[in-house]
Each structure stands twice: as C-alpha cells, then as structure tokens.
Write a protein that binds this ligand. Structure first.
Ligand code: COA
Length: 553
C-alpha cells in the first residue's frame, strides 16, 4: 500500500512538472535563428567595446600615474574587498557614456553589490584615474542610486574614497538641486538612522563636501601618507588665512587617527586597508533574511544563450515571451495564470534559482482585459509574498474608440495602482521596446522597481519614432491648413526625417544607461543570474503589506 502511494506521488510530481514545463517553438537549427544570432552578436560586440572603454578608466597615462603612487585601481580594490570567488553585480557601468566627449568613462565611479565576510554590501568606489575622481552630474546620480539601492534593500555600504569632489566647471549642474551632491550626505544620515552600517576607506583625496563621506560613516579607515580628509585643501587655506601647510599635515592619516578622531583605523597601504574592512565586517552580526520558501536551484531546460536568437531586433514585432521565460526559470517551468484571458499580458508563477517568483510579460499592447489580469496577478503575488519580475516589450496601451468606451483608462489605472503599491520586491527587464504608459504600468523606473536592466537591443521613449513622426507631421499639416497654406511635402519629409533621427538616437539603450534611467545594459544570457542576485539582496528587508488606493470600478 505504502509503495503504491509512493509511486502515485512520484507520478503526480512528474506530471505537475510536465504540465508546467514550457515547450519551445523556436527551431534553433533554422537559418533564420542562426542569422538572428549573428545579428545579435554584433550588438554584443558593441556592448563589449563600450565596456572595455570604461574598464580602461581615465586612460593609460592616468592609470600608470595612479599605480606608480602605490595605489590599486578602483576595480582591483573591489575585487580584493569581496569574498574570493563571489560575484560583483555592477550597476550603470556605462553611465555618462557618449557625453563629455567620453572624458568620464563610467562617470568616474564604480558601484555595485557584492559579498564581504558573508554580508551582502553595496560598494561605491571613486575612480581617481578619471579627472581625479571628481563628480559630474552622472557621477552623483550613480552614487545616489547605489545608496538608494542600499536603502531599499537594507544593505550596508562601503565607500572607497579617492576623489577631488565636485567637478568645479560644472558646479551649476551638480551643486544645489535636490538630487545633487548634497543628496549623498542626506542619504548617509538616513541610512545611519536605519542602522545600515557605513564604512569609508579613504585611499586618496577627500575634499570639501566630500570630507563628510568618511566623517558621517560608522567607521573610517585611512591609508597612511596617501589618504587625506579636509574641508578646505592647502591652496584654499593659503588663500583664506595665509597659512602654509602640506596636505599630510592638514588632514593626513596620522592627523585623523591620532589628533582629530575623524578616522578610526590607520592602514599602511591599500591592501592593508581592505583587509581591515573585511575584518570589520566579520565582527558585525549577520542579519536574518526574509524567509522565502526556496527550493534547490535547477537550470532551465533551454539554454539562456539561445536568448541571443530570440531577443527582438525589429521592435515592431511581438514575440511570445514564454520563449524568454523558459530560458530564465528553473526547469523551464511556468505555472501560467489566466492563459486564455487578456492574452497580451502573460502572467504566471515560477522558480528562479530556487526562489518563488511571479512573472508578468508583454505579448502585445495592453488592453482592458490584460490590465485587469495584471492588477489581479500583482495582488496575488503580494498576497503570497512573492517577488515580481516584469519583462517589458510594450508599445503602450491599445488605442481607439472601442477601447475608450470600454473604459481602458480606468482599467489601466487599476493596474498602475496595483504595481505602484505592491510591497514586495519588483524587478524589471526591458527586453524589447518600452514605450508610452506601458513603461509605467510594467514597473518602469518611475515606479521604483528594486532593479531595472535593459538588453542591448532594447529601446525606450515616449512613443516609437515612426509614431512620433506621424503625430508631429499631422499636427504640422493641420497647422498649415488652418493658415490656408499649401502642404509642402518637402517640409513634411524634413520634419519626419528629423524626428526619426532624434528618436533613433535618444531611444537607444546606450542613451538611457548613460543618463541613469536604468541600472545597466546586461547580457541577456546573464539575466537569470542577475535577477537571482537581486532577489537575494532584497531578502535583507522584510516584505511589506500592500495598501491600495481607490480602484475606479
Ligand atoms: N574640478 C575639476 N577638475 C578637477 C578637479 C576639480 N575639483 N580636481 C581635479 N581636477 C582635474 C584636473 O584638472 C586634471 O584634469 P586633466 O586630466 O584634464 O588635466 C585631473 O582632474 C587630474 O588632476 P590632477 O591634479 O592632475 O591629479 P592628481 O591625482 O595629482 O590630484 C586631486 C587629484 C583631486 C587630489 C587634485 O586634483 C585636487 O586637489 N583637486 C582639487 C580638489 C578640490 O579642491 N575640490 C573641491 C571641490 S568641492
């Protein structure tokens, strides 16, 4: 009897696994798939070229000047700080890409999440080879965004300080506004009040406002004869008071660890400073993570590398997002919800690296049924306390009289309410186009997902270039008609061409990532690993309850 029961249970488990297992319709041996892979490999080459440019920092001369001073480069510092063999999830690597004549690779700062002595930690490291590690607008945005990720996930922060502070010629773009330089210190105070540990390692200059980074940290390490902290540097002191003083006498390691008390540990060199920091974290008690019901991770049945042959290159085309889902989830399983209803939004439950997740993915424009289904599904994820993954390839909400009469606006509103108020971790991957209010409903940047990444083929703008060109040219024609003028086709064509060109440039993933509208452009094949790291980080903060506002029924 017992044996029969066991056989039945095994049969049941196998059957459930089979029922939920997605089956691909992609012929990976077809010529069209292979040609798609070839086209995508060109996008990947562009991505690697851009990343290589950032990895080279401020160029060969600046790098050798830096290392000749006995200093480690920003990325080597991070590598030595992390537990050996553990990954580093870097954010916004291509910030400031294509701006400032490319003189600020990576915006002169490296940020990301990694593990130090078993603690998940956010790291913010100045790259002093890039204009002395000074801050332009994107440097600040990147620093502030990393702090925001720490705040949203309840993570400690380590600052590897080596910076000349504000990039002075750009002061009007970096100093006074809410999200400008002052925000760094505001965040530090708020994090400290939340008992999120902050440690600074001063490995170079730390001047003016920048001096508050170590001064506001819980603990500060400074490197002897290398790190300096002062509110005003020697030239400013001379100008203001006439006092002549060297940087070391004014605010070097010995001054701050023996006289002022602004720093706590004196290190002999970079390696020693990083070792002190690792030791310090080993003495901090580890936090209990939010207890998700996890299982042993299982690879997808279909190879994530096949995503290069699936990611949409022609963004006017919809693709079945299940082809992507099956290359992300454990065993390629997906327990689909409301499959036949509102089919332009695919929703369902899965496991990703053992974590339970809810997934929403676009399969065309959002209509009323899809919006209602999305609202229902988000509430389900909230009620089951599951992280949510949004897979965006959306041209927007459907338009037309039928849909306006159907109350599309009120149904879309419910979806947007649900997404904004969901109090479980949310992650957004833009795998195709991200246009119009579809961007918002699918947990776009304004809706504060925990992390948002783009694939290299992705595009983002208020609407597609062709649609924008269509709207603007028809406005122009109406305007000319009102003035009783003849429609000049050449003028219309010029407007159209100009808009198309502008939208092509401004909608690219590179334009977006340069301005910190996302947390980075990622390799599609790495999506699963990146999402798993994001979920792991998010478990440092307890999941909350959802409180909805008024749903217009
Ligand atoms: N604003 C704008 N540019 C700055 C700068 C600042 N605050 N600090 C440094 N730079 C630029 C330099 O002009 C130089 O540019 P270049 O490569 O185009 O020639 C580059 O950064 C490197 O500076 P350099 O002085 O050659 O490098 P260094 O490693 O010897 O020294 C600093 C780096 C940061 C210690 C030093 O430049 C310095 O003290 N800067 C002023 C810091 C300051 O007073 N900041 C107050 C801002 S609130």
């Amino acid at each position: 009897m017992m044996k029969q029961n066991m056989v039945f249970i095994v049969f049941l488990i196998q059957n459930i696994a089979f029922v939920n297992q997605l089956k691909t319709r992609t012929d990976v041996h077809s010529e069209s798939f292979k040609s798609h892979i070839r086209d995508y490999s060109r996008l990947m080459e562009d991505l690697h070229r851009s990343l290589d440019h950032v990895m080279a920092g401020g160029g060969a001369t600046a790098v050798s000047r830096h290392t000749e001073r006995g200093k480690l480069l920003a990325r080597s510092r991070i590598e030595k700080l992390l537990d050996p063999g553990t990954p580093f999830l870097e954010f916004s690597t291509l910030a400031a890409n294509g701006q400032y004549d490319d003189a600020f690779p990576g915006a002169g700062i490296v940020t990301g999440a990694g593990i130090i002595s078993g603690h998940e930690v956010i790291i913010i490291a100045n790259d002093a080879t890039v204009k002395g590690g000074t801050y332009v607008r994107e440097t600040i945005a990147k620093h502030v965004r990393a702090q925001e990720i720490a705040l949203n996930n309840h993570l400690p922060v380590v600052y590897l300080v080596d910076s000349g502070g504000v990039f002075l010629p750009d002061q009007a773009r970096v100093f006074p506004d809410k999200e400008d330089f002052g925000r760094l210190f505001y965040h530090q105070a708020r994090m400290s009040a939340m008992s999120l540990h902050q440690v600074s390692i001063v490995m170079g200059s730390c001047t003016a406002g920048g001096a508050y980074v170590p001064a506001m940290s819980d603990e500060t390490i400074i490197v002897r004869d290398q790190g300096t902290i002062f509110i005003g540097g020697p030239p400013l002191v001379k100008a203001a008071t006439g006092e002549e003083v060297t940087a070391e006498e004014l605010g070097g390691g010995r001054v701050h660890t023996q006289i002022s008390g602004v720093a706590d540990h004196l290190a002999e060199n970079d390696d020693h400073a990083l070792e002190i920091c690792r030791n310090l974290f080993s003495s901090i008690p580890k936090k209990q993570k939010y207890p998700l019901d996890t299982t042993a991770p299982e690879p997808p049945l279909y190879d994530p590398q096949e995503l290069y042959g699936i990611a949409p290159l022609d963004l006017k085309k919809t693709i079945d997002p299940r082809e992507i889902i099956m290359r992300l989830t454990d065993g390629s399983r997906f327990h689909e919800f409301k499959k036949e209803y509102g089919p332009t939004l695919v929703t369902g439950f899965a496991r990703l690296m053992g974590y339970p997740v809810g997934i929403l993915a676009n399969y065309g424009v959002l209509d009323s049924a899809a919006a209602l289904k999305g609202s229902h599904f988000v509430q389900l994820c909230q009620s089951r306390k599951m992280p949510i993954i949004f897979l965006q390839h959306i041209s927007g909400f459907v338009v037309g009289k039928k849909w306006e009469h159907d109350g599309l606006a009120k149904h879309g509103a419910k979806f947007i309410h649900a997404v904004a108020n969901a109090n479980v971790p949310r992650f957004t991957i833009i795998f195709g186009g991200s246009f119009g209010a579809g961007n918002y409903a699918m947990s776009g940047r304004a809706f504060e997902p925990n992390l948002l990444f783009m694939w290299p083929n992705a595009r983002i703008s208020v609407m597609g270039g062709e649609q924008a060109a269509g709207v603007l040219t028809s406005v122009k024609v109406q305007q000319m008609n009102k003035q009783g003028k003849e429609v000049n086709q050449k003028e219309i064509d010029t407007i159209r061409e100009k808009i198309l060109k502008q939208y092509k440039h401004e909608s690219s993933a590179y334009y977006s990532t340069s301005r910190l509208w996302d947390d980075g452009i990622i390799d599609p094949a790495e999506t699963r690993n990146i999402l798993a790291m994001g979920i792991s980080m998010a478990l440092n903060k307890p999941f909350g309850q959802m409180k909805n506002g008024v749903f217009r029924m």
